[in-house]
Design a protein around this ligand. Structure first.
Ligand code: PEP
Length: 250
């Protein structure tokens, strides 16, 4: 049985004060969810969020990590620093990291490995651009990203990984994949895991991300191969995000 995971990626939003107000409002709304609910604030809010979320039903994750543990890497944040703030999860390979900051598949893999070694559970984000989809390249792109991110990973490490299918054309655009598109890609990803990693395919959680809102969350979360969602813009409102978490339980 795969437990549904609803993740809220705040991107570059929320000061420390705004983080505190969000969490104070959100916790009573979300109650004791059946689904796993995790917030991904910006680095500057992690410490505050970690303190407020300690011993609650809501988890904490970071939006990115560097693959070195310490040293002269200006602006970078290590896995150990994130764990010390109370993070369990970290996103790796989010499309904004890949396309805005130039994280290539090799860097994504180094981050994923460092996350696992450093005690974090990575959420590996994969997805095609609109040109790749129109060109019939979706599965090829997914395969390349999955092979680079997870190929040869040990069984123990893979057990820590969550995969997020996030079509680039659906992120922050208001255009959501149809349930058929989300199911087709998620099923394909699970088949890939089965081909490369055998029975891990039954256990690995696959999230859908890309303009998830309350009105489309229910149909996406009901899909057989979708085990949760990675929510960007709609996670910035505590009432709306709590409602999406409740939809996940239904
Ligand atoms: C995301 O940040 O991963 C995302 C899917 O954003 P949005 O929900 O705003 O499309």
């Amino acid at each position: 049985m795969r437990r549904c995971l609803v993740a809220g990626n705040w991107k570059m939003h929320m000061t420390v004060a705004e983080t505190e107000s969000f969490i104070v409002r959100f916790l009573p709304l979300v109650g004791a969810p059946n689904a796993e609910v995790v917030l991904f604030p910006p680095f500057t809010s992690l410490d505050c969020a970690g303190r407020l979320l300690r011993e609650t039903n809501v988890g904490l994750g970071a939006q990115d990590v560097y693959f070195e543990s310490k040293g002269a890497y200006t602006g970078a944040v290590s896995p150990g620093m994130l764990v010390a703030c109370g993070c369990r999860y970290v996103l790796v390979g989010h499309s904004e990291r890949r396309h805005v900051f130039g994280d290539g598949n090799d860097v994504v893999r180094r981050k994923l490995d460092a996350a696992v070694v450093g005690g974090l559970d990575p959420i590996l984000c994969v997805g095609e651009t609109i040109a790749e989809r129109r060109g019939g390249q979706t599965n090829t792109v997914l395969e390349t990203q999955l092979e680079a991110g997870l190929g040869g990973l040990s069984e123990a490490a893979l057990a820590r990984v969550v995969i997020a299918y996030e079509p680039v054309w659906a992120i922050g655009t208001g255009e959501t994949a149809t349930p058929e598109q989300a199911q087709e890609a998620s099923a394909w990803i699970r088949e890939w895991v089965g081909r490369r990693h055998g029975r891990a395919a039954e256990k690995v959680r696959i999230l859908y991300g890309g303009s998830v809102k309350l009105d489309n969350a229910r149909s996406l979360l009901a899909l057989p191969d979708v085990d949760g969602s990675l929510v960007g813009g709609a996670s910035l409102d505590p009432d709306g995000f709590a409602a999406i978490a409740a939809a996940a339980e239904a």
